[in-house]
Design a protein around this ligand. Structure first.
Ligand code: CDP
Length: 232
């Protein structure tokens, strides 16, 4: 297969169809904008299995995604989109960079979710960005921004319920959107413990990439627990 792109956690390949790609989930883990790196066997397959179930659930609930089908342990077939260079972040509970930025503890439960954007640019360290900045730079139109925000809040409601159903608290998450050749906005990338903070509701155990970021133990054990509960 011809490689189109290689990112930190995924590879993208060409297919025989112009409007489809294959995304291969890698075992590589990075944190702190690539400063901390490791290869963790089985991580790619776990993220793909979890993302698959979540994208299927979202599609069933009317969210348009790039997902077409999962082909094997590591590969997903997806619609080709042009990714908006924005990291869209929802927070339900304070953690991570939010807690650090504002000097507050982790674990403050917000009355309403916060919607946040950062500019997807590794050289600049993904700086925080507001709506006007994204529009001024021509990254999105005002209408696209409105649609992205509305869809993201819906995704948060669906995900919170989904994870609550398996005894997991959705603390925060990052998603990315893209535009297909007809201009439709689709949820792209992945939704996995690499991109969400997930805490066990009862024990508060961390089941996400903070295990790696903070050296808290075995990452795949945490991700496997999430997948096992999803599979019931
Ligand atoms: O992870 P960190 O503390 O650096 O950043 P954050 O802004 O607190 O991250 C919020 C959520 O977005 C977490 O669930 C992160 O895992 C996720 N995120 C991500 O998937 N990719 C990024 N480049 C940044 C954040």
């Amino acid at each position: 297969m011809e490689k189109l792109y290689e990112g930190k956690a995924k590879l993208v390949y060409k297919t025989d169809k112009d409007d489809e790609i294959i995304i291969r989930y890698k075992d590589d883990a990075t944190a702190g904008n690539g400063e901390k790196k490791a290869t963790i066997q089985g991580k790619g397959a776990l993220n793909l299995a979890i993302t698959t179930r979540i994208f299927e659930m979202l599609e069933e609930n009317g969210v348009h995604t790039h997902y077409i089908e999962t082909l094997n342990d590591t590969d997903m077939r997806a619609k080709k989109v042009e990714i908006f260079p924005l990291e869209v972040i929802i927070r339900n509970i304070s953690a991570g960079s939010f807690a650090k930025r504002y000097g507050v503890e982790e674990g403050i439960v917000f009355k309403e979710p916060t919607f946040e954007l950062s500019y997807k640019n590794d050289d600049l360290g993904d700086p925080l960005m507001n709506e006007d900045h994204a529009v001024a730079l021509g990254l999105v139109t005002r209408d696209q921004y409105d649609e992205i925000k509305k869809t993201t809040l819906k995704i948060n409601d669906l995900l919170k319920d989904f994870f609550h159903g398996i005894g997991v608290t959705l603390v925060d998450f990052k998603i990315e959107f893209g535009k297909d050749k007809d201009g439709n906005i689709l949820l792209a990338d992945e939704i996995s413990p690499d991109t969400c903070r997930l805490w066990d509701e009862k024990t508060k155990e961390k089941l996400d990439k903070d295990i790696f970021r903070r050296d808290l133990g075995n990452l795949t054990e945490g991700y496997q627990k999430v997948l096992d509960r999803i599979r019931g």
